[in-house]
Design a protein around this ligand. Structure first.
Ligand code: PGA
Length: 249
């Protein structure tokens, strides 16, 4: 039985003092030990790690270097994240791919590094509107997955999460319908099964992301192949985010 999980992706929002304010507001609304991850900006990790301590809730980062240390100006390593008890990291988010030159190859090396450090990679994949209109959604996503998992052993996959986020649904207020999301997530599971095997595919947590909110969470989460949500905008609103978490507890 796969557990349901809700991951908030704050993107480039909230200073560390705003983080303190927000978490103090939202934490009393959330049951301890819920399967929840807060992916905050790097500068908020310190305060968030203090506030999340002993709550059973998880702290995540939004990116990470594949290197351990060295002359990589502006980068953050896995050990730097571990110091703040980070146990999840978003990798290959479409905004990183679109604006910051993230490629399937860098996502692949980052997955390997995160696994070495016991940080759960949340591997983001998804097609553009153009791809979807051309009927290429499944091909594009399957291709991203094949590259992402190159050289990643099957026995490591229990610690990997995949988030399917159609680019056209991110931040647009237009979520994929629950049935379209289910259809894509089923294809993602089939692709994982082809890359590895049925057992790996059955056990992997697959998330949907893209304008998920308090109003559509329950329907999305009721789909067979949707094991959770990656939430951007709605994760910045305490009441909405808490409501979404209520669906999985
Ligand atoms: P959104 O973002 O919920 O604001 O669409 C989701 C994401 O980019 O992870």
């Amino acid at each position: 039985m796969r557990k349901k999980i809700i991951i908030g992706n704050w993107k480039m929002n909230k200073t560390s003092s705003e983080t303190k304010e927000f978490l103090s507001e939202v934490l009393p609304l959330i049951k301890k030990n819920s399967n929840v991850v807060f992916c905050v900006p790097y500068t908020s990790l310190n305060v968030a790690s203090i506030l999340l301590k002993d709550t059973g809730l998880n702290l995540g980062a939004q990116n990470m270097s594949w290197e351990e240390s060295g002359a990589y100006t502006g980068e953050i390593s896995a050990s730097m994240l571990k110091e703040f008890d980070v146990n999840h990291v978003l990798l290959g988010h479409s905004e990183r791919r679109q604006y910051f030159g993230e490629t399937d190859a860098t996502v692949n090396t980052k997955i390997k590094t995160s696994l070495q450090h016991n940080i759960v990679p949340v591997v983001c994949v998804g097609e553009s509107l153009q791809d979807r209109k051309a009927g290429l959604a499944i091909d594009v996503v399957t291709n991203q997955l094949r590259h992402a998992f190159e050289g990643v052993d099957a026995d490591k996959t229990k610690d990997i999460i995949v988030a399917y986020e159609p680019i056209w649904a991110i931040g647009t207020g237009v979520s994929a319908s629950a049935s379209d999301a289910q259809e894509m997530l089923q294809s993602v599971r089939n692709a994982i099964s082809m890359i590895y095997n049925l057992n790996v595919a059955d056990n992997m947590q697959l998330l949907y992301g893209g304008s998920a909110n308090a109003a559509n969470a329950a329907e999305l989460l009721s789909q067979t192949d949707i094991d959770g949500l990656l939430v951007g905008g709605a994760s910045l609103k305490s009441q909405d985010f808490a409501k979404m978490i209520e669906v999985i507890v």
